[in-house]
Design a binder for this molecule. Structure first.
Ligand code: F6P
Length: 361
């Protein structure tokens, strides 16, 4: 039997559904399987900058099955505040990485599990290398862009939410003879748009990986009309470029910029090109909440168990992944090979096979 260890777990980057299910699996496997203690670190690396360090003990009494059902993260998270370039109140950037590493030492952690996306892993891996911290990564992101894994925790729930939105838009589109545009998230890739568009029966799906023209979309909608259709559903990923080739961003009040706005630009262009009444729905952060789907709960559970088993085997700097119906692990650097839709991707071929317009012809 292995000696008692204390392991840390943190969530980092944008939240999504299924994070609490991962935490629950980590705690359960560590305690039941190995008799280890688990500390939850709050707000990603932010809690490690505080003194005393902001951490909470997690055990079987808190990590119950109800965590399978809860979106968000009980630990909190952040998608800014890189400790290597930490924004200080006077506007300067400071390297605070040694403070984070000291925080981990103060907690006496034998190993750390980070639940994050590619951006978080870049930071956490650098910290782990600098501080000699045994580290294992678990992929989560609604965008599903972490390399080497077919699924990241949170993606399936986001697709389910977007699909349900299409289901709700279709009857109102048909009742009013309208083009309905649904703008979905996904950062720089179009997987949420493509998967939900197929599942929801969209007529047009626009993704950043495939250039489009308004003429091609208008021609497709004209064909639908000739066949007697009185409405059209268009799904557009948030990072699709506008007609001048620019990505559309929004300036947030506190200075950060996020994607958003392509749906409305497209709505104007399509209304002019087709003379159809057009309405736009921007789905936004509802894609990150709600009850996790069964797939996300299963990936979360399998990933959490596997990550703890890796620590037990002394295998670090690894990324837990899902490939070919199995949970596996690969070098953490694989996370940085961004997963994007390729021309021969099954989703792309399926959409084309169903006669869905992808904007390019
Ligand atoms: O990466 C997840 C994600 O939801 C993206 O799809 C989206 O572009 C971004 O985060 C939104 O970030 P924020 O929560 O900072 O608005």
């Amino acid at each position: 039997m292995s000696h008692t260890k204390t392991i840390g777990v943190l969530t980092s980057g944008g939240d999504c559904a299924g994070l609490n299910a991962v935490i629950r699996a980590v705690v359960t496997r560590a305690e039941v399987g190995y008799g280890w203690r688990v500390l939850g670190l709050r707000q990603g690396t932010q809690g490690l900058l505080k003194r005393p360090v902001d951490a909470m003990a997690l055990d079987l009494s808190s990590a119950t099955a109800s965590m399978l059902r809860m979106a968000g993260t009980i630990l909190g998270t952040t998608n800014h505040g890189d400790p290597f370039a930490y924004p200080m109140p006077d506007g300067t950037l400071k390297d605070r990485s040694e403070e984070v590493i000291e925080g981990i030492r103060l907690l006496g952690l034998d190993a750390l599990i980070g639940i994050g996306g590619d951006g978080s892993f870049a930071i956490l891996r650098r910290l782990a290398q600098q501080g000699g911290i045994p580290f294992v990564g678990i992929p989560k992101t609604i965008d599903n862009d972490v390399g080497a894994t077919e699924s990241s925790v949170g993606y399936h729930t986001a697709v389910m939410v977007a699909t349900e939105a299409i289901d709700r838009l279709q009857p109102t589109a048909a009742s009013h003879d309208r083009i309905m545009i649904l703008e979905v998230m996904g950062r720089d890739n179009g997987q949420i748009a493509m998967a939900s568009g197929i599942a929801g029966g969209a007529d047009v799906i626009l993704v950043p990986e495939i250039p489009y023209t308004i003429d091609a979309i208008a021609a497709h909608i004209a064909k639908l009309r000739q066949r007697g259709r009185n409405f059209a559903i268009v799904v557009v990923a948030e990072s699709v470029r506008d007609i001048t080739g620019e990505r559309v961003r929004q300036q947030q009040a506190l200075g950060r910029t996020t994607y958003g706005g392509i749906g409305h630009m497209l709505g104007d262009a399509l209304a002019k090109a087709t003379s159809a009444e057009t309405r736009v729905t921007v789905l936004g952060h509802v894609q990150r909440g709600g009850q996790p789907t069964h797939d996300d709960r299963l990936f979360a559970s399998a990933f959490g168990v596997h990550a703890v088993d890796l620590i037990a085997r002394g295998q670090f700097d690894r990324l837990v992944v899902w490939q070919n119906r199995r949970v596996l692990d690969v070098p953490l650097t694989f996370a940085f090979q961004q997963a994007q839709l390729a021309a021969d991707d099954t989703l792309v071929k399926t959409a084309r096979g169903l006669g869905i317009c992808l904007g390019d012809k």
